[in-house]
Design a protein around this ligand. Structure first.
Ligand code: CA
Length: 224
């Protein structure tokens, strides 16, 4: 899952990036509205975390432009501004949620999960596909009740494929869901992760199919 963070407070921004990366999200952080908007136009994000008081393009203008571009990406506003009129204005402009600073990190990550769930129409933090079960809150996966040992990136990849179960996910989309702009992983790395995941899913009735030339698709099959 890839998050766009637009926040000009360096201390808060830094802390947020660290915590979100620890929670296995890929995060691109921009310190002004203009650069954040450019990023939003060039890259598909799963979620936007947006400050209101921003240089060049404020949060309200940011949401307006985003929605004019017909971008349905969920937006959570993070601001010290608790003026009720501004809260109403933010929602009316197209924000999906509003969190007043200072906030506790577990509350932010719970709201992030809720928004991502809403978009992908999952109603709980658990995803079950055949014998595979994912707990997207605890970042754990189980096969027939046994916990799989997965690296954070392996879990993220498995999560993306599970959320898009039965649909082809391109290698580029998988790379984007794993990486920040300042990191670089190639399609080879994706192949390595998929190879490892397949081994770990060997006993399970869920497989990651290679759709030649397109990407990967998670499928469920019945045992022999
Ligand atoms: Ca600010």
């Amino acid at each position: 899952m890839r998050i766009l963070l637009v926040e000009d407070d360096v201390v808060l921004g830094d802390a947020l990036v660290q915590s979100l990366v620890n929670a296995t999200y890929a995060v691109d952080w921009f310190r002004n509205g203009k650069e954040g908007m450019l990023a939003a136009q060039m890259q598909l994000y799963d979620l936007v975390l947006l400050d209101l008081g921003l240089p060049f393009l404020n949060g309200f203008e940011f949401i307006q432009r985003l929605r004019l571009g017909k971008q349905p990406v969920p937006v959570i506003v993070l601001t010290a501004n608790d003026n009720p009129e501004d809260i109403v204005r933010a929602f009316d402009t197209g924000a999906d949620d509003y969190l007043i600073k200072p906030f506790r990190l577990p509350e932010l990550t719970a709201r992030i999960r809720a928004q991502i769930r809403r978009v992908h129409t999952h109603f709980s933090s658990k995803i079950a596909i055949g014998e595979l079960e994912l707990d997207t809150k605890e970042r754990m996966a189980f096969v027939k009740g046994e916990k799989l040992s997965l690296s954070p990136r392996e879990f993220s990849l498995l999560e993306t494929l599970s959320i898009k179960f039965g649909k082809v996910v391109t290698k580029d989309a998988l790379i984007e869901s794993l990486c920040n702009w300042d990191q670089d992983i190639g399609t080879n790395a994706i192949e390595v992760y998929v190879h490892r995941l397949r081994k770990k899913l060997a006993d399970c009735n869920v497989t990651i199919a290679n759709i030649r030339g397109l990407g990967y698709m998670m499928e469920q099959h019945s045992h022999g």
